[in-house]
Design a protein around this ligand. Sequence first.
Ligand SMILES: Nc1ncnc2c1ncn2[C@@H]1O[C@H](COP(=O)(O)OP(=O)(O)O)[C@@H](O)[C@H]1O
Ligand SMILES: [Mg+2]
Length: 251
Amino acid sequence: MHPDARRILIVNGKGGCGKTTIATNLAVAYANRDRDVALLDNDPQAASTFWGEQRSPDLPKVHVIPAHARANMYETQVFHDRIAQDATRIIIDGQSNARDRDLEDLIRQADVVLIPILPSAIDMHVGERFITELLTHRAYRSAPRPVAVIANRVQPNTDTHRKLEHFLSCLDIPCVATFRDSPIYTQVAETGEGVVDQRDNRAARKETASWWRLADWIDAQEKHAKVTVRELRLRPRAALRAGSKQSNKRA
Ligand SMILES: Nc1ncnc2c1ncn2[C@@H]1O[C@H](COP(=O)(O)OP(=O)(O)O)[C@@H](O)[C@H]1O
Ligand SMILES: [Mg+2]
């Protein structure tokens, strides 16, 4: 692996919370920063792989690796290994039902763990259980590393947004990014793009700064950082940016 490589795992026990959306958009943000990016598709549903197939070769390159399909040819394995060796940012789109050994394998592969959560009662409930499962997992406890939540599909200044803010403020781990609920995400996904690719689109531009901030946060984490859950608790929480100042005051 490249000495500067960071492996970023996007995972949650719940389907539809935005793992693929976050994995692909983060990959695009790094590719637009001239990083050599590999996107490992760990989900048998292969949504990231499909996304990569739609991406135009004229856009900044994202190497998508269908990791869920076990390599049965020696050549394929060599090809995968070579891509991963050059990559300085390796993003892992984790499958939703990762448990026990599957989850252990994913945790062991990651330098940073990001957990997307939607502002709905069910998603918050399932997300909280998943966070507990992760933080108490033997693989995590034996080598704790930076872990954070991402608030996804937020509609600023709504009741559900406020409930999500309250939920996040009760968690042991920080929320490091907030992305709006916007049709631009489904639009760009269809053509294998990310919002950062769409410089001329107003809806995409509204979201771009949040992706740069997430990339900056990840880049600021030390490689092989070992953090205890206690330290994570003591870290200052990132402000939720999707809301106006007014909503932050109210929260
Ligand atoms: N911030 C967002 N705004 C609008 N739609 C979104 C957003 N994030 C995800 N989606 C949509 O929600 C659906 C599920 O997202 P996806 O990334 O596939 O979730 P997962 O990979 O966790 O199953 C997709 O149709 C996706 O386009
Ligand atoms: Mg997915």
